[in-house]
Design a protein around this ligand. Structure first.
Ligand code: R5P
Length: 261
């Protein structure tokens, strides 16, 4: 693997323990001003010290994040549909040229694929075209296995989508946690991070992060369960403690409740 690619990957997945806490705040690209992200700067600034990587859109990066930041950036580069267009939801294509990603000095880019839906071919070819471009510059592509309506978030579907993403050239796969998650990890040759999904009670989200790490995920790429929490800083610290400090969910929850709002 090229030096630049290895160097960028090491900014996303920390070499000290092979794990990562990615903070995902890219939701605006199809959801607009999501609850908790009305002002990304206000939300994100106090969280950054507990995150290894920040995942967001180029507009959010340029408008809300201080260019002097040291946090490595994973830039969302796919999109094109909104939550208002249900029949085409997640029928995504490229929304950021590789040149602009380079100009923004990103450590990685994220592209969603929609396996098993009518538009799967478009999204998959969109991702592979982006991978070819990103490979020229040593930029890793994180594939997001988006799940369309009617497709269950189960091990059969998610291991198919994750393995496909890896075989098609993704450097990291982001997928959902599910029962028998270790089977997804065992059959996917690249590192896996889990998305948080919809907001759930903090204890449940911490249990999920713990179970995912213990089933072999290298980390989490979590959004709503952090920025929609009653105490985002506490939740960020708790997730970080599970991923990097071997905290149990109980210890992490105690950290959450003892952190000042
Ligand atoms: C969705 O495709 C976006 O990439 C989100 O960043 C991702 O789903 C993670 O956020 P959440 O933990 O809120 O699901």
């Amino acid at each position: 693997m090229d030096w630049g690619m290895k160097n960028r990957l090491s900014k996303i997945i920390k070499p000290k323990d092979g794990h990562t806490v990615m903070l995902a705040v890219d939701h605006g690209y199809f959801m607009g001003p999501t609850t908790g992200l009305e002002n990304i700067k206000t939300m994100v600034d106090p969280l950054l010290r507990y995150a290894d990587t920040l995942m967001l859109t180029r507009g959010a990066l340029r408008n809300y994040i201080d260019p002097h930041t040291t946090i490595p950036i994973v830039l969302r580069v796919s999109g094109g549909t909104s939550i208002l267009n249900e029949s085409n939801l997640l029928h995504e294509g490229t929304v950021v040229d590789i040149e602009d990603a380079i100009r923004l000095n990103v450590s990685g880019v994220a592209f969603s694929i929609l396996v098993g839906q009518p538009h799967e071919r478009d999204t998959i070819l969109g991702m592979t075209e982006y991978i070819d471009k990103a490979n020229r510059y040593g930029i890793p592509v994180l594939a997001v296995t988006a799940v369309g309506k009617g497709l269950g978030k189960d091990v059969r579907y998610l291991s198919l989508a994750s393995r496909m993403a890896a075989e098609l050239g993704a450097s990291i796969v982001k997928t959902y946690f599910c029962k028998d998650f270790e089977k997804i990890v065992e059959t996917c040759p690249v590192p896996i991070v889990i998305a948080g999904g919809k907001k759930q009670p903090e204890q449940d989200a911490l249990n999920m992060a713990y179970d995912a790490i213990h089933a072999g995920a290298v980390g989490v790429d979590m959004g709503r369960n952090i920025f929609q929490s009653s105490n985002p800083v506490g939740m960020m610290k708790a997730v970080n403690a599970i991923v990097h400090k071997k905290h149990t969910p109980k210890e992490a929850y105690a950290l959450f409740t003892s952190t000042k709002k």
